[in-house]
Structure formats: C-alpha cells, structure tokens
Write a new protein. Structure first.
Length: 151
C-alpha cells in the first residue's frame, strides 16, 4: 500500500538563481512564494551530504495552481558540481513541462528571454486522447522545458 503523500516541489540548481527566477517569472508567469532562502548548517550538510554547503534561492509558485500548489525551487550552491548539457534521453529528471495556449508563441518567448531550442515543434494525434502540439526548449541554463498544447 502506498504511503500518503502530496507533491510539494521540484528543485532546480542554477548557476545564477536570480537570472533563472527572472526567466520563469517573465516567460511563464511564475510568482515568488515565501522569502528568499539563505541556508547552511550541520542540518543541511547532513541532508545533502555536501560538506559546508551554503545555498540561496527562492520558491516559485507554478502557474495554474493556488496558494498551496507545488513550487519550483530554484537554488544556487556556493560551490557547484558541473555536468554536461542535459539531453532528453539522459537518466534522471529530464524536463519540466508547461501547458501553453500557443506553442509557437511560447517558444518565441523562451528564445527572446535567452532560452533556446532542443528540437522542432511537432504535431501528432495521440490515440483517443487528442492532438498534441509540442516542442522541447531550453531555459537560459540549458535545462529542458517542454511546451505543449492539447486539442
């Protein structure tokens, strides 16, 4: 039997958390929730197994949800462990997705806000579900963002 659970947030570690927060606010209408965070201490080192960790950032309320909806937690550590550019078939969390009114217009907004593209816009009919128009894009730090519209 599954445990009782409620989805709370997804964490995104940024090179420049303030720049990435501005992107998600400007492009998708996310809103800050709660105060900016400035975290460190033995409790944090114990939780994340990063000695002398110090991180700063903020939670963003995701669009389409009320006050108690899930958030996107964007933080930066003082010391970062770099990885290569994310690819769609990489193991682990792959992308964040947003339902939009117009995929092409949303992609233009992502690009105008210093984001980029992964692939090209595509349209397909999904059996008994509907028609999907979709594209994978990148935020300014290269994280994959899916833009989708069902009809």
């Amino acid at each position: 039997m599954p445990i009782r659970a409620k989805y709370v947030h997804t964490n995104l570690i940024a090179r420049d958390w303030k720049r990435l927060v501005r992107f998600y606010i400007d492009v998708f209408g996310c809103e800050p929730k709660g105060p900016e965070r400035d975290l460190s201490g033995a409790w944090l080192d114990s939780v994340n197994a990063v000695p002398n960790a110090h991180l700063t950032g903020v939670h963003l309320r995701l669009p389409g949800y009320g006050e108690d909806g899930p958030t996107l937690e964007i933080f930066s550590y003082d010391e970062l462990a770099e990885r290569g550019m994310p690819v769609a078939n990489q193991c682990g969390f792959a992308h964040i997705a947003f339902a939009v009114d117009d995929v092409d217009q949303a992609l233009e907004a992502v690009i105008a806000a210093s984001g980029g593209t992964v692939g090209r816009v595509a349209t397909t009919e999904v059996d008994s579900v509907g028609v999907l128009r979709v594209v994978y894009a990148r935020d300014p730090e290269g994280n994959i963002v899916e833009l989708q519209k069902w009809s």
